[in-house]
Design a binder for this molecule. Structure first.
Ligand code: PLP
Length: 444
């Protein structure tokens, strides 16, 4: 097909999530290798977003294509409902349990993160129901959280954008203040963690612990702009929840599988969750797959007598599981978990160096290969900079570097294989565009 027809056909037939009204073109990708991408016009890009925060091993690994081909030729798919299973799903479950934080030792497969959060919410409610505490239906989340777009997880998601026009959302959801030290104004002059813990305890008192099933949170909040909580936040939250019989669900859809320098962010923060939702990096995006990791005490309640009564057609998809195993092999073999903080800190340092004289930068933050560049119109008032999406678009159009905007920050989550020269190019491209940007968000 003639390459220019692709954009017209895309416009005619594809419904794009979040297509900006300002979008003047379609960027149609046709090839990728490492952190490099090429579009249908032959233009090259440097991918600083790692696909959509998932390309741990980078694009274009023929080895993963071979694994998928071999598995499809042997057994492409069979169901995991009832007593059926398949060898790849079993092997992957064993592998996931061996790298996952204590006390997680069961796996429930999905095809992605939104499905995983739906499963986690149902698991939490069902766990309490089976234990004779059916009143425990409330789910605690945070403002500016993102837990996908299905009705359950989407309701816990803490942005109006994902709710407006879709109502009514799921009832029995309460949103708490995000642990975001940079936004000190959120905490009434108090220490960020102290404030959040007091608010959590007050919320539990108000709703009643006997009515709350779980709290769900991203260890580091991605869509909020890669917001990193203080080190004591998660351990203290976990302690309050445990004391009140409330399950802790960590949404590690972005943070798992090495991105933050440990297999799971729960390890980084030293917490023991009851349920962990994962997806994305489990296959580096080569095939859709998610895995909800479940502690034994929860799994026992879910599976007793008749098995957990919810299933997706693609639970434990053999080809996706085979690719996930091979992807984890690459992460292991190439030492990518250990590499993530090294290259992530290098990229953060390059950003700080290149952006040192740009007054619009509030802070550069990172844990491993999750990075956020907070943009402010005025560093004193910390007023967010308008028009961040346009800045990201300009960086792509003029420098061929793909970064995204998330809330008030530019966010980066490149492949864990990113090279140092590539990191420097990302930092300098962002700095060049920001050096021409005025506090009203206009790029000159
Ligand atoms: N949870 C988090 C923290 C995410 O960042 C995402 C997607 O970015 C999701 C859930 C939803 O995952 P999916 O898009 O695979 O449904």
């Amino acid at each position: 097909m003639h390459r220019t027809d692709l954009a017209a056909l895309d416009r005619a037939h594809i419904i794009h999530p979040y297509l900006p009204s300002s979008a003047t073109e379609r960027v149609i990708m046709v090839e990728g290798e490492g952190s490099r991408l090429r579009d249908s016009h032959g233009r090259e890009y440097l991918d600083a977003t790692g696909g959509l925060w998932l390309a741990q091993v980078g694009h274009g690994r023929a080895e993963l294509a071979d694994v998928a081909r071999d598995q499809m030729a042997r057994l492409e798919y069979f169901t995991s409902f009832w007593e059926f299973s398949n060898d790849r799903a079993v092997e992957l479950a064993e592998r996931l349990v061996s790298i996952s934080p204590e006390p997680l030792d069961h796996v429930y497969y999905t095809s992605g993160g939104s499905e995983g959060n739906e499963a986690a919410i149902k698991m939490a409610r069902y766990y309490h129901h089976r234990r004779g505490e059916s009143s425990r239906t409330w789910i605690l989340g945070r403002h500016r959280a993102y837990h996908g777009i299905a009705y359950g997880g989407g309701s816990v998601t803490g942005f109006d954008l994902y709710h407006d026009g879709f109502g009514p959302m799921m009832p029995h959801v309460a949103h708490l203040t995000p642990p975001w030290p940079y936004r000190a104004e959120l905490f009434d002059g108090r220490d960020c963690t102290d404030f959040c813990i007091a608010e959590l305890e007050e919320t539990i008192d108000r709703i009643g612990a006997q009515n709350i099933a779980a709290m769900i949170g991203e260890p580091i909040m991605g869509v909020a702009g890669m917001v990193v909580p203080p080190d004591d936040y998660w351990p203290r939250v976990a302690e309050v929840l445990r004391r009140n019989g409330i399950l802790l669900v960590l949404d590690e859809v972005v943070t798992a599988y090495g991105r933050v320098g440990t297999w799971f962010a729960a390890d980084h923060f030293g917490v023991r969750p009851d349920i962990v939702v994962t997806a994305k990096g489990i296959t580096s995006g080569y095939l859709p797959l998610g895995a909800v990791l479940v502690a034994d005490h929860v799994a026992t309640e879910l599976g007793r007598d008749h098995g957990f009564p919810m299933g997706y057609t693609y639970n434990g998809h053999p080809t996706a599981c085979a690719v996930a195993l091979a992807n984890l092999d690459i992460i292991d073999r190439e030492g990518l978990v250990e590499r993530a903080p090294k290259i992530g800190d290098f990229l953060a340092a390059e950003l700080r160096r290149a952006l040192a004289d740009v007054p619009l930068v509030g802070e550069v933050r990172n844990v491993g290969m999750m990075l956020g560049v907070e943009l402010v119109a005025d560093p004193t008032t910390r007023e967010p900079l308008p028009g961040i999406q346009h800045i990201a678009d300009t960086i792509r159009a003029e420098h061929g570097v793909i970064v995204r905007d998330a809330a008030t920050a530019l966010v980066l989550s490149p492949a864990l294989t990113l090279g140092e020269a590539e990191a420097t190019r990302i930092a300098e491209s962002i700095a060049e565009v920001l050096s021409r940007t005025t506090p009203d968000g206009t790029v000159h």
